[in-house]
Design a protein around this ligand. Structure first.
Ligand SMILES: [Zn+2]
Ligand SMILES: [Zn+2]
Length: 409
């Protein structure tokens, strides 16, 4: 039986999230907020999910470059493994630094920094777009001559380590503070305090920051998140808001070069007015003001279901047909959008239920092309459209409880 043991990362990370939550609660520390933690985990689920389809591509890309362009013929040895680890971390430093210093790259990396909290759930805030940018930096490695197998093995370590630097429970680590990136260093990186901005880009080793003058020691208590918090838990908005802002800013500029200057300019010089413009266009829809936290139950059930489905999908990936993999992945993505929108108490979540029902129906037809089933589904669709507004009211009452409809900004 060929199982994908990398899927075990899902329960592994969940265990440590639970452990951190448990210890923080025991110590009376308020390090977790419901909305923020769920939004963080949502981003992580999407990344693992899309990685299922992209991981093979990354491997192929490294292997292609190695076969066609390798300068040296590198055979694995202890010294070369160490050299590769250092080279990977060095390239990461520059990928990460550009991620903070160039608008377009910040548009992808900002997702990791949207969390207002700093805990293990924030560590899961990684997107596939970040992975793409990172891969382009790491593509130097196969050209030097490191084989794809070596690179992908090192990237596993590199993917695992930074998870553990996202915690407030661990203080300073003595002598280790001089060599590796510790939770204290990474707290500085995630802070919006003036003296901590654009500091500590390292992933595993802190030496690069010390070498290139971007190191800051944690002295005063960090305030986490962006200098101007996003204030939205929407899955889609958290992923794409800065790219939309860049598009608005570029549109306002005249001439090709000026547009390019905006796209590749510095985030610290970016016009803050763009946020309001983008929000006005994309977030000004009616929303429900809930007086209870009833909707949390629905979100928790959905996340529990999603995480289980993700684990099973990854673990048994070699036994699940591509069609079914795609349908499950789409279902999970719609569920993540749904959960984010519910945290925002949006009314349009109701439409997402139609999309999820359609995905189930299509999958059922694919495997059981029975005319009676098709007929029944069409009747069901017509009836639900006829009673659309009643059903919508009922649905919103069910998930949000007693509510008042407000115009949101
Ligand atoms: Zn960063
Ligand atoms: Zn981080």
């Amino acid at each position: 039986m060929i199982l994908n043991y990398l899927a075990l990362a899902v329960p592994f990370f969940l265990f440590f999230i639970w452990l951190e939550y448990y210890i923080a609660k025991k110590q009376g520390k308020d390090y977790f907020k419901f909305n923020s933690s769920i939004a963080n985990i949502n981003v992580g689920i999407a990344e693992r999910l899309i990685d299922l389809f992209a991981a093979g591509g990354f491997y192929f890309f490294y292997d292609y470059l190695h076969t066609h362009f390798a300068i040296f013929d590198i055979q694995p040895s202890i010294l070369l493994w160490i050299a590769l680890l250092l080279a990977t971390d060095f390239l990461w430093y520059w990928y990460h630094r550009f991620g903070h210093e160039i608008n377009l790259f910040w548009g992808f990396h900002v997702v990791h920094h949207t969390s207002e909290e700093f805990n293990y759930t924030a560590a899961t805030r990684i997107t596939i777009f970040q992975a793409l940018v990172r891969t382009s930096f790491w593509s130097v490695l196969p050209v030097i001559g490191f084989p794809a197998e070596m690179i992908t093995t090192i990237l596993l370590v590199h993917g695992l380590y930074p998870f553990f630097t996202h915690t407030r429970l661990i203080g300073k680590l003595g002598i280790l503070e001089y060599i590796i990136v510790t939770p204290s260093h990474h707290r500085v990186h995630h802070a919006s305090n003036e003296q901590y901005l654009d500091k500590n880009y390292g992933d595993m080793f802190i030496i690069w920051d010390k070498l290139f003058g971007t190191f800051a020691e944690e002295k005063e208590e960090p305030t986490f998140g962006l200098t101007k918090q996003l204030g939205s838990y929407s899955f889609l908005w958290q992923h794409f808001h800065f790219l939309v802002e860049i598009a608005y800013a570029a549109k306002e500029q005249k001439g090709f070069w000026n547009k390019l200057k905006v796209i590749f300019g510095k985030p610290s010089e970016f016009d803050p007015e763009m946020r309001a413009k983008a929000e006005k266009r994309f977030l000004s829809v009616r929303k429900v003001k809930a007086h209870t936290t009833k909707f949390r139950k629905y979100v928790i059930v959905q996340i529990a279901f999603t995480v289980t489905a993700l684990f099973l999908l990854l673990f048994f990936e070699h036994y699940i047909a591509f069609f079914l993999q795609t349908m499950i992945a789409l279902f999970i993505l719609v569920t993540l959008i749904n959960c984010g929108a519910i945290l925002e108490q949006r009314r349009w979540v109701f439409y997402l239920e139609f999309i999820r029902a359609s995905l189930i129906t299509i999958t059922t037809f694919y495997y059981f092309p029975n005319p009676t089933l098709i007929g029944m589904s069409i009747v069901l669709l017509i009836v639900s459209l006829a009673y659309f507004s009643n059903l919508q009211k009922l649905y919103l009452r069910l998930i949000y409880g007693k509510r008042k409809i407000l115009k949101s900004v």
